[in-house]
Design a protein around this ligand. Structure first.
Ligand SMILES: *[C@@H]1O[C@H](CO)[C@@H](O)[C@H](O)[C@H]1NC(C)=O
Ligand SMILES: *[C@@H]1O[C@H](CO)[C@@H](O)[C@H](O)[C@H]1NC(C)=O
Ligand SMILES: *[C@@H]1O[C@H](CO)[C@@H](O)[C@H](O)[C@H]1NC(C)=O
Ligand SMILES: *[C@@H]1O[C@H](CO)[C@@H](O)[C@H](O)[C@H]1NC(C)=O
Length: 793
């Protein structure tokens, strides 16, 4: 064992002991860089007055930093890190070697590294089988449930491969007839029911696509299915199929017919994180809850299209035609299958799945560059765990990019750079099983994170193609665009012109499915998620299969690791803009404008007969009296500030109950519309103030001492408003029936999982035909907008 290894082990042990000791004492443990400095705020500011606060004519200008950074990335080691991370299996909570290696790389690049452990409820594969039986119990076909070993791709061969399985699928052994259920969305099951197709007691065969896989299982279970088979249909490969003349992997870009998508079947939109510790961190000794609000009770297996074919073709001619009940959207491209729904009384399936359920340690690795201002923190994160030995796209393209950014920043620290704001790199564990490492971290350090973090920048599948796709909190949109304008795109033009051409300049809203979820949707921290994904003629991504390998990445995904390199440049520059600009580089008007768009599209779905039905709408008045803007959260006011949006004054309630008569809903929606229009104006003025302050700072040489002091106070106040702006959109009581989610603008769609739902409370009340609940959410929105408006003025 070499020295470095020993010291890392020692650090881990001592951290662990510290955690144990502190949890016994009942006090909260904070990582050093997240804890408050011992001096008081004012004292601290005063101590640091003088040259450090204003430009000192240092040669390390923002321009020099950026040039140096880009120069460092003219060499490209992304392929090296990709090769390393794809060389061994690394399911969540396994492969401590990769934990140590990551921590060592962080240290090599000048970061202070540490390992943070959580004890999490997980499942690992043990045994499984799938048999097609005749009604007389004769074995007709047994699916091998294995992917083909390919000579060309060394990652697909060997005795250390991860079996095909779905984490958190229940253990079971069921035998039943089977039916085809399309994508298994809520709407699909509703349509089956409406057409008299009874799923009760059957095994549901569902194709991947459209929504998050765990919700397919949830809806199948709610409809009475006893088991589920999830398969990849070539119809979802965007035409890159053998039928259309494309060769299959490894000879061509089409999906290998034996490729299986592993994954988690946890119910993402209920809440992410450890199923047994809802809303709190999985530390040793904490109470454990029944996990079944977020995981299912029926067995599920994933299967390739090659292996599901002999099973599905047995439905040909039995039951209704999928196309007749649902149209083209119900028909895939599995050859020889007629897309009949079944069942066929002549055949049944025996589905057996057994996994080992266990509470086991998972390890996040952090690497820090302490900033001049430790009260403002930027986090750049990516998960390390993968479903398979490879995982070149998911997540190791992200892991490779993160290391490249750290390497680039190291060239800056070598010049004596200390960032304005603290930068933390995070390598999460257990993202695949459902955002475990990041969620437990977010729950563990909720308070410090809400006090300090300016933005969270996420990578996951950073690079599997050439098309840039981004989701973000709208405060970051302008920054994302301006940085993209500075980088050339490999096929010509700038990264920004590419984005305009391919994505129509659309930065989408965040839903869920990656590690930004806890930051944005529970803690109110502006977040970004980005990737170079598959473009029209790019190869099919062999998602969560053995073929998401280094060989696939080098031949098909990103030959030369060119887009990995571009991503490292792009995200690194974004982080530098965020850390170095004196004024936090957010645009509030973009947020207000998007909010208005979300609002208009949401109220457009209000049923006609709601609009002028009179009612007292008591719920509307419950929340909208709180005008206090969160502009400074401190240790001592933390509790009251984060709960601010849920405060209900009894006096207010009574007052309105007695003095207001009945309203119509349209009157309420108009009130909110009016507030939103005002907010856009106020936000634009606020953005101007920020630009002016930045300009004054950049040109502060000739200011008098008095003017400098005044400017410093202005900057501090503006930065606090920018930093805490998004926290104002949290509703402490959370969303209806899923209180883990607290953001009133962004959430994981309850029926989709990955795809986001904007203004979820209001939208779901409309979907549920609940007018009082809709009025309540209008009130919450109104109250929020009013106080944000007041705070920005
Ligand atoms: C990266 O990989 C290349 C090609 O295998 C090798 O020549 C080079 O030494 C590696 N560099 C590092 C820093 O590992
Ligand atoms: C599963 O159940 C079938 C009968 O229903 C039985 O024959 C088989 O042995 C069971 N498999 C296991 C592994 O228990
Ligand atoms: C599948 O369909 C093709 C025509 O599309 C036919 O040539 C072939 O024989 C069929 N195979 C089986 C096993 O039915
Ligand atoms: C207000 O609306 C309620 C129904 O929501 C109705 O029962 C009541 O009579 C109305 N009151 C007035 C003053 O219109």
């Amino acid at each position: 064992m070499d020295e470095k290894k020993t010291s890392l082990k020692a650090r881990k042990t001592s951290l662990f002991k510290k955690l144990l000791a502190l949890s016994v004492l009942g006090s909260a443990f904070s990582l050093y860089y997240l804890s408050e400095p011992s001096n008081s705020h004012v004292e601290n500011e005063l101590m640091r007055s003088g040259s450090g606060i204003f430009p000192s004519g240092s040669s390390l200008t923002e321009e020099v930093l950026k040039e140096t950074y880009l120069k460092a990335l003219e060499t490209n080691y992304a392929g090296n890190w990709s090769e390393k991370y794809t060389s061994e299996p690394h399911l969540p909570g396994t492969n401590y070697g990769f934990v140590e290696w990551t921590a060592r790389k962080f240290e090599e690049y000048g970061l202070k590294s540490e390992v943070d452990t959580y004890d999490i409820y997980v499942s690992y594969p043990h045994e499984h089988s799938l048999k097609l039986l005749s009604s007389e119990d004769e074995l007709v076909y047994e699916a091998p449930l294995k992917e083909d070993e390919l000579e060309e791709d060394p990652t697909s061969v060997g005795d250390d491969l991860v079996p095909t399985f779905l984490a958190y699928a229940a253990n079971g052994n069921v035998t039943a007839e089977f039916v085809y259920c399309n994508y298994g969305t809520k709407g699909d099951f509703d349509l089956l029911k409406a057409n008299g197709v009874d799923v009760t007691g059957k095994i549901a065969i569902i194709r991947y696509g459209s929504i998050f896989r765990g919700l397919k299982v949830k809806f199948a279970q709610e409809n009475g299915a006893v088991g589920v088979l999830l398969y990849s249909d070539p119809g979802d490969d965007f035409g890159i199929t053998p039928e259309n003349g494309y060769d299959t992997y490894p000879n061509g870009p089409a999906r290998n017919p034996s490729s299986v998508q592993r994954g988690s079947v946890q119910f993402l939109s209920a809440r992410p994180g450890d199923p047994t510790t809802p809303g709190y961190a999985s530390k040793p000794g904490v109470p454990r809850a029944d996990p079944h609000d977020s995981i299912g009770k029926i067995p599920v297996l994933p299967i390739s299209y090659k292996e599901v074919k002999p099973i599905l073709t047995k439905l040909n001619g039995y039951g209704k035609s999928a196309e007749k009940i649902g149209g083209e959207g119900w028909v895939g491209e599995l050859s020889n299958f007629s897309y009949s729904l079944g069942p066929n009384p002549e055949y049944k399936l025996n589905l057996y799945s057994d996994q080992i359920y266990n509470i086991t340690p998972l390890w996040n690795v952090y690497g820090t560059i302490p900033g001049k201002n430790p009260k403002e923190v930027i986090i750049i994160g990516n998960h390390r765990d993968a479903w398979i030995k490879g995982g070149a796209g998911d997540p190791n393209s992200g892991s490779a990019v993160i290391l490249e950014i750290a390497r680039g920043f190291n060239e800056l620290t070598k010049l004596g750079w200390k960032p304005e704001r603290t930068i933390i790199f995070a390598s999460w564990d257990g993202e695949e099983y459902l955002l475990l490492g990041s969620t437990e971290f977010g729950e563990n350090f909720a308070k410090q994170l809400q006090l300090k973090v300016v933005a969270y920048l996420n990578l996951d599948v950073a690079c599997i193609g050439s098309r840039l796709e981004m989701g973000a909190s709208p405060v970051l949109n302008s920054l994302l665009r301006s940085v993209a304008k500075k980088l050339p795109y490999p096929k010509g033009g700038t990264l920004y012109s590419h984005f305009v051409e391919k994505a129509n300049d659309k930065i989408h809203n965040l839903g869920s499915g990656s590690d930004y979820t806890v930051f944005l949707e529970r803690l109110g921290i502006p977040s970004v998620d980005m990737s170079f994904t598959v473009d029209v003629h790019d190869a099919v991504y062999q998602y969560h299969s053995n073929y998401d390998s280094f060989y696939w990445m080098s031949r098909f995904g990103d030959p030369g690791f060119v887009y990995h390199n571009l991503m490292a440049k792009y995200l690194g520059l974004i982080a530098l803009e965020l850390s170095e600009k004196k004024l936090i580089d957010f645009k509030i008007k973009d947020y207000a404008t998007e909010l208005q768009n979300y609002y208009q599209s949401t109220i457009a779905s209000i049923p006609d007969d709601w609009t002028d039905k009179p009612a007292s709408f008591a719920g509307f008045f419950e929340h909208f009296q709180n005008n206090k803007f969160i502009e400074e959260i401190t240790d001592s006011n933390y509790k009251s500030e984060v709960k601010c949006n849920a405060k209900t004054s009894k006096k207010t309630k009574k007052h309105h109950h007695h003095h207001h008569g009945n309203f119509t809903l349209s009157k309420l929606t108009n009130k909110v519309s009016k507030q939103l229009e005002d907010l856009i104006l106020v936000a634009a003025l606020f953005d101007d103030k920020v630009s002016e302050a930045q300009f004054a700072y950049d040109n502060s040489d000739d200011l008098s001492l008095w003017q400098k002091l005044k400017l410093r106070l202005t900057i501090r106040s503006l930065n606090n408003k920018l930093k805490f702006f998004e926290r104002n959109f949290l509703f402490h009581k959370g969303l209806k029936d899923r209180s883990w989610f607290r953001h009133i603008v962004f959430a994981s769609g309850r029926y989709t999982g990955y795809e986001g739902q904007t203004l979820p409370g209001l939208k779901e009340a409309i979907e549920d035909n609940d007018i009082e609940e809709a009025a309540r959410w209008l009130g919450i929105l109104m109250g929020t907008i009013k106080r944000v408006k007041a705070g920005l003025k």
